[in-house]
Design a protein around this ligand. Structure first.
Ligand SMILES: Cc1ncc(COP(=O)(O)O)c(C=O)c1O
Length: 738
């Protein structure tokens, strides 16, 4: 390599070095710029954080200021027209909305669109589901003005008519949708509510649907014969029958009524044949089949081998043969079944309809004219609104019921190559339950904690008391369940020691008071924790207040007592206030069973109900959906008689949208004593004799004797329930809640 080429190479290397140096410098500068940028970003982040904190603080201050100004505004005046969903109670302790009440008491779930809560916190009923509502507190206020007091039954007659139309319309729709060639010819079973006002309204509302009546006894048939109108409406005669029952039915036949005698027992076939021969009247006959499809719910025993009513397969064949021999083959027109009331599961209904349809097809094939298939009752009411197959609910709707009955009968008849029958159903509960409710007034609160938790200080504390005090003080050392078990043990020790004479009254009172104090602490801890062991969960019910209500469970809610049937219960006003008191309801009978201590819940049931604290104003509760069976099954336990009754109608011309068409006074004392074989004149005479004797003995003065007798006679004319007196206040429109 020459010297000059070496120099060139050197120069190139130098230039390369310079370029690299320049590149290094550029990179260094870039690094510096990035560092500066990073610093700027950090500073910006810090500034943003500070800004966020300042904003948060400002928000909190603003919210507090707003609440304070709301509070002061609401204490001055109530909002004139609060919108639905608006929070009307601004007290932070009980921040609560009417929507929350609606949800809490389940109005929308069990009310089938008929019940709700208005913005003032009062329960409303919308009988025709057409937007026109009646505020129940307005009805109560009007009865107060009229001098009528709770307890009373309110009947929403429009709702009754609505249910009749709904059932018939849904069956007609199902028949149309399923392309069914027969008709729907429903009947109302009088046994579910025999009251004239109810039957009259149903007969009237059912006229356009040829809706008939069902009787289950001679007295019910006597009513049905007189109340029934129209040649196309059926009368179905169920229940055990003697020859007089059958003669009454024949009387109806003579009048041209479509009256069908349903054979429940084999012996009735002989009676029918005999009476038909004697009277020369051709009967219309039905057979009640004893299905093997098992019912479900509380009335499941209405079907199956051991059912009280109906003919088994062999008996149906035997009865059919008897009719054939008596030349009455052409009189057999109907097959009937009834698998029990309040069937909660639609599958049970489907299965029963299929089984009965097979029976029906066989009878047609045997040469009987038939023409009617009667699916009985059983259509339920969703008392708890859970839409499940729980016994107080139902997992289907009225529309689904109608479609399933129609479709299953059609499918089996097509399969059996038999013409479809007209369909009869005897739905009672579903028609009448929603239209009536019981209104009761709470007049007393029993709170065992208030007396039992008063701190007792015995002069010399027994060890058992000291142990319980230890449990109160050292709660951190033990878990809640262990604390509860220890407290129970000490309480039982105290009881045993007292019985053996080793514990005085003061120490026993102290032990009890400490025990309840521990229970109350455990119950309040319960509400803060997630999972609660069962024993502790039950404490809420044990500690619940008793709200004493002026009514008798045995008269007004017999199925709750006898069958543990659940009814929705809710306050009728103050629903813009948060309910804070755990309570059960007790009635005024001298019977510890006279109470409502099980309530509807979405999951299973509740053993207490949250209600409002009592104040010096009347507090009214409603027991809903009581129109089926309860009106008629009540008894006279403690001689508490029938409650007052109101019949309420929608009326657009009235200021508050309704009018009370009729009021029926409840039983007076003189009415109920006559029912148990006393004459009030005899009672008065006996008392007078005693007063005379006392006057002779100078135990009372003659004038006082006269007054006492007058008072006694006056009492006979009064109602059987308690006469609770409140200071009479004029109801103010727009501020209905008290
Ligand atoms: C023969 C018969 N039909 C109809 C009914 C009415 O049933 P529900 O009220 O469930 O519709 C009953 C009542 O148990 C009944 O015994």
């Amino acid at each position: 390599m020459s010297f000059s080429s070496l120099r060139v190479a050197c120069c190139v290397l130098r230039v390369a070095c310079c370029v690299l140096r320049v590149a290094c410098c550029v990179l260094r500068v870039a690094c510096c710029v990035l560092r500066v940028a990073c610093c700027v970003l950090r500073v910006a982040c810090c500034l943003l954080l500070v800004a966020c904190c300042l904003l948060l603080v400002a928000c909190c201050l603003f919210e507090k200021k707003k609440q304070a100004s709301n509070r002061s505004r609401s204490s001055k005046s109530k909002p004139v027209n609060p919108r639905p969903n608006q929070l009307v109670n601004t007290d932070p302790v009980s921040l609560w909305s009417t929507t929350q009440s609606e949800e809490f008491y389940g109005f929308k779930r069990w009310g089938a669109g008929h019940f709700g809560v208005d913005p003032s916190g009062n329960v409303t009923v919308e009988p025709l589901s057409d937007g026109r509502t009646i505020c129940i507190k307005d009805v109560i206020d009007e009865t107060v003005e009229m001098g009528m007091k709770a307890p009373y039954v309110i009947r929403f007659q429009d709702l009754l008519r609505h249910q009749v139309a709904r059932l018939n319309t849904l069956f007609r729709q199902a028949i149309g949708e399923e392309d069914y060639a027969g008709r729907y010819r429903g009947v109302f079973p009088i046994k579910v509510n025999q009251l004239r006002e109810v039957v009259e309204e149903i007969v009237d509302a059912g006229a356009e649907f040829d809706y008939g009546l069902e009787a289950g006894s001679k007295p019910e048939l006597v009513i049905a014969l007189a109340m029934h109108e129209g040649p196309d409406r059926l009368i179905i005669c169920n229940g055990y029958k003697d020859q007089y029952y059958i003669r009454l039915a024949m009387l109806g036949r003579k009048l041209g009524k479509k009256i069908i005698i349903v054979v429940e027992q084999l012996s009735e076939v002989d009676h029918i044949i005999k009476v038909a021969a004697e009277t020369g009247v051709e009967p219309l006959i039905g057979f009640r089949a004893k299905l093997l499809t098992r019912g479900a719910g509380k009335w499941a025993t209405s079907t199956g081998d051991n059912a009280k009513f109906g003919l088994n397969t062999a008996e149906i064949l035997f009865a059919a043969e008897k009719l054939r021999k008596a030349k009455l083959t052409h009189c057999l027109r109907l097959l009937h079944f009834h698998i029990g009331s309040q069937v909660p599961n639609i599958l049970t209904i489907k299965n029963a309809v299929v089984e009965a349809s097979r029976f029906y097809c066989q009878l047609v094939k045997m040469g009987f004219p038939m023409g009617l298939l009667d699916v009985g009752g059983g259509l339920g009411i969703d008392y708890d609104g859970s839409r499940t197959n729980f016994e107080s609910s139902m997992n289907y709707s009225m529309a689904e019921y109608a479609r399933d009955v129609v479709a299953n009968i059609r499918d089996i008849c097509i399969d059996g190559n038999v013409d479809v029958p007209d369909i009869v159903s005897e739905s009672g509960r579903a028609v009448v339950a929603p239209h009536s409710m019981l209104v009761v007034e709470v007049f007393e609160r029993i709170n065992k904690r208030e007396t039992l938790s008063v701190k007792q200080r015995p002069k010399r504390k027994h060890k058992v008391v000291r142990d319980l005090e230890g449990l109160v003080k050292n709660k951190a050392n033990l878990g809640p369940l262990e604390r509860f078990h220890d407290a129970v043990q000490r309480k039982e020790d105290a009881f045993a020691l007292f019985n053996l004479g080793y514990l005085d009254l003061e120490n026993r009172a102290a032990a009890e008071s400490l025990y309840w104090q521990i229970c109350e602490e455990l119950a309040s801890e319960n509400s803060e924790t997630g999972y609660i062991p069962e024993e502790l969960h039950e404490l809420n019910a044990v500690l619940a207040d008793q709200y004493v209500c002026n009514f008798s469970v045995f008269q007004s809610l017999l199925d709750h007592w006898a069958l543990k049937q659940l009814f929705p219960v809710a306050p009728l006003h103050r629903l813009d206030e948060k309910p804070t008191v755990n309570a059960i309801l007790t009635d005024i009978t001298c019977d510890s069973d006279g109470k409502i201590s099980t309530f509807i819940d979405l999951q299973d049931t509740k053993d207490h109900l949250k209600l409002h604290p009592l104040n010096d104003q009347p507090y009214y509760l409603g027991v809903f959906l009581t129109g089926a069976y309860q009106d008629i099954m009540g008894d006279l336990h403690n001689l508490f008689g029938r409650v007052n009754e109101l019949h309420v109608f929608l009326e657009d011309d009235e200021e508050n949208g309704f009018y009370i068409e009729e009021t029926l006074q409840g039983s007076r004392i003189r009415d109920v004593v006559v029912g148990v074989q006393y004459q009030h004149t005899d009672l008065c005479r006996r008392l007078k004799n005693q007063i005379d004797a006392a006057t002779k003995r100078d135990a009372i003065k003659p004038r006082e004797g006269v007054r006492l007798l007058e008072f006694y006679e006056e009492m006979l004319e009064t109602k059987t329930y308690l006469g609770i007196n409140h200071v009479k206040k004029k109801p103010r429109r727009g501020s209905k809640s008290t």
